[in-house]
Design a protein around this ligand. Sequence first.
Ligand code: B12
Length: 217
Amino acid sequence: MSMEEVTTGIIEAIVKQDEEELSRVVLNGLEEGIDPMAIINEAITPGLRKVGDLFADEEVFLPELVLAGQIVTEIMHVLEEKIKGNSGNILNKGLVVMATVNGDVHDIGKNLVVLLLRAAGYEVLDLGKSVATRTIVEKVIELNPKIVGLSSLLSTTMPAQKQVIEAIVESGMRDQVKVLVGGAPVTREWAEKIGADGYAENASTAVMEADRVMGYR
Ligand code: B12
């Protein structure tokens, strides 16, 4: 199977929420030696975006959106194992606290950022999804991480990223921690507006952005 066939096959399987077909094409692609990150960036993410667009256009409905999310979460475990196996990094670049903000349960993208940060040598405490602002700030005070990463996939939960930054300022810890924000609706302009230190549009660039704010590059 060529990369193009793999990409088309994966996108179609996600749009049809066909778990068996998705798994078949992904495994086939991996066997052919295709890079798991290329599968995620060029096939899985566009597939999910397509389902999201169809949902917005009322061509698919919530149960299908849920199913698409579930089958992708399953296959991501396989891809994640593959990426972990390829990395073997022993650096310690510092602690990152990651969370999807309050009210938001989207965690596929956040999990990918966590995985790649770990593979790049960061220690990551993943607080999970829909994490209360207070919980995030308490962890910042308790653990003094180098970076806090905030994911938001909904325009209605983006303001929670701003709230977390404000709460970190109030806690007196703002000078000691860098804040990175991300998620599909988040932009660099938004990041600047709310006083974040960095923004990235995908997990690979999130690692570069983490290195940048830390002064590693
Ligand atoms: C799958 C999905 C779901 C699944 C989530 C499953 C899960 N475990 O995550 C379920 C079914 C639960 C769901 C629910 C809902 N969803 Co939804 N969902 C999606 C969908 C299709 C894909 C998201 C995804 O996983 N993308 C793939 C990953 C790899 O990409 P990503 O998340 O963008 O992450 C990458 C980057 O953004 C970046 N990144 C992410 N986080 C961070 C953090 C940092 C610090 C950095 C640096 C970078 C970074 O790196 C990641 C990896 O490359 C999107 C469509 C879309 N366009 O995104 C809609 C979408 C986000 N959902 C939407 C909606 C409306 C909902 C619901 C409100 C629907 C409803 N009526 O109930 C609920 C909300 C539930 C809640 N309270 O959170 C809308 C949001 C519209 C908006 N602008 O607000 C979208 C855009 C669909 C649409 N077009 O209408 N959803």
